[in-house]
Design a binder for this molecule. Structure first.
Ligand SMILES: Cc1cc2nc3c(=O)[nH]c(=O)nc-3n(C[C@H](O)[C@H](O)[C@H](O)COP(=O)(O)O)c2cc1C
Length: 416
């Protein structure tokens, strides 16, 4: 990594005010779940239900949480431990902690301006920010805000021989995006009952009911006034001009869908010159196949429990995937992360880093644009405390911690 990519420390005149604010936030909102509770009070109901709901009756979300909670880490004592550094190398680039922001489609529904606030916080803290293709800022704009930490996620736009997807890939490369992520775990559209009950439709329609919901949430509304109604602006060049929100949502419904096939993934491998990552792998044989065709990394994820309830908890699928790919791939664990302890569990079970989706949206709903930076501090402080308690001086040592992981799938479970 070249040094110019290191983010400058804030001038010391600012640091005492910043330190006081940091302390006040830590006292008021010490955990991600505190932010969730606050977000639920402050956000329009439809926005909270959109970001927080899972498939079915939230069984997948519960499984992710329970599986992480069940993992025990055994400490080693008897050595002097200073506050350990949490610096992490991912795809040859140095980040300040083994955490990152997962891609979120339509994050402006959860909190208007979300992409800008997430990108700024990630750049300031030097952790990866994955911009979803269905976002309210273009990939070029996100690269201006977060030049050192930007990853970009694509869904499958297969019409006209992937004209849109491959053009976006070239644009991301030209904008200086570090990592391209292809999401493969949405082969079909599924129903999230909490969205349905909250009145959200697909294509999206700004109904009277949703407007009435929003009026009861002044901070959300103020952010809407500042940032405008969220649009899928990366797709503007491919849509007819001056599309309403409903029309652009209809365009996406027509153009995007299905899961990338292996042949399609090979096409993107040819065009994209940087690190290429598949998001959604849960079976070791898929992991093996991806690595054998030159994929550099995998998100081991069940999409945060948002697709169907029966998928394994991501953390339970992780050890068998690490066993299959060895050191040939970078593994990102996502789904269910609510603390630095969870991130440490993920690393002890074979991940290189842990990313989160919902908790970053909770942070925005609770604290507005200050939320994501605060959540990164919560996670980073907690990772360091966990490492210190376990007797680990580096992230590498965390990988060697003895774990008990009762739900872990074994390689033999995958034999047909
Ligand atoms: C509101 C919302 C929208 C999402 N949109 C996308 C998306 O556009 N592309 C994608 O690959 N994953 C998407 N995801 C999944 C996240 O990238 C991530 O896998 C998931 O949120 C991780 O689980 P967690 O929320 O428990 O941290 C979305 C998640 C949420 C909560």
């Amino acid at each position: 990594m070249d040094d110019s990519r290191q983010v400058e420390a804030p001038p010391s005149a600012l640091s005492s005010a910043a330190a006081a604010e940091r302390l006040a936030l830590m006292r008021a909102w010490p955990t991600a779940l505190d932010l969730r509770a606050r977000a639920r009070q402050l956000m329009p109901n439809f926005a909270f239900e959109y970001m927080d709901g899972g498939a079915g009756a939230d069984g997948g979300i519960k499984r992710n949480w329970d599986a992480l909670d069940a993992i025990e880490l055994v400490p080693r004592y008897g050595k002097v431990i200073k506050p350990p550094p949490s610096d992490t190398l991912l795809f040859g680039r140095s980040y300040s902690a083994p955490i990152g922001v997962s891609p979120i489609g339509g994050p402006g529904t959860a909190y208007p301006g979300a992409e800008t606030y997430l990108a700024r916080a990630a750049q300031a803290a030097r952790v990866p920010y994955t911009l979803g293709v269905l976002s309210g800022v273009t990939v070029e704009k996100a690269a201006e805000i977060a030049p050192d930490v930007l990853w970009f996620q694509l869904y499958r736009f297969a019409n006209n021989d992937h004209k849109i997807g491959l053009d976006l890939t070239r644009r991301a490369q030209a904008a200086g995006v570090h990592v391209l992520v292809l999401t493969i775990d949405t082969p079909i559209r599924t129903v999230r009952s909490r969205e349905v009950k909250a009145g959200i439709t697909n294509p999206f329609k700004l109904t009277m009911r949703l407007r009435a919901d929003a009026i009861r949430a002044p901070r959300w509304l103020a952010s809407l006034a500042r940032n405008g109604i969220p649009r899928f602006v990366s797709l503007n060049p491919y849509m007819p001009p001056n599309q309403s929100l409903e029309e652009s949502s209809g365009f996406i419904k027509r153009e995007q869908g299905g899961a990338f096939t292996w042949d399609e993934i090979a096409k993107y491998r040819d065009v994209w010159k940087g690190p290429l990552v598949l998001k959604g792998v849960l079976h070791p044989a898929d992991a093996e196949r991806a690595v054998s065709m030159g994929i550099d990394g995998l998100f081991v994820t069940n999409h945060g429990g948002r697709q169907i309830e029966a998928l394994p908890a991501s953390i339970d699928a992780l050890p068998a995937i690490r066993a299959a790919v060895g050191a040939r791939a970078t593994l990102i664990l996502d789904s269910g992360i609510r603390s630095g302890v969870d991130a440490a569990r993920a690393i002890a079970c074979g991940a290189d880093a842990a990313f989160a989706g919902k908790s970053f949206l909770w942070s925005l709903g609770a604290l507005g644009e200050k939320g994501p930076g605060h959540l990164i501090n919560i996670y980073t402080d907690d990772i360091k405390a966990t490492m210190g308690q376990l007797g680990c001086k580096t992230i590498d040592e965390l990988r060697g911690v003895v774990t008990r992981h009762p739900g872990a799938w074994k390689a033999r479970d995958f034999q047909a």
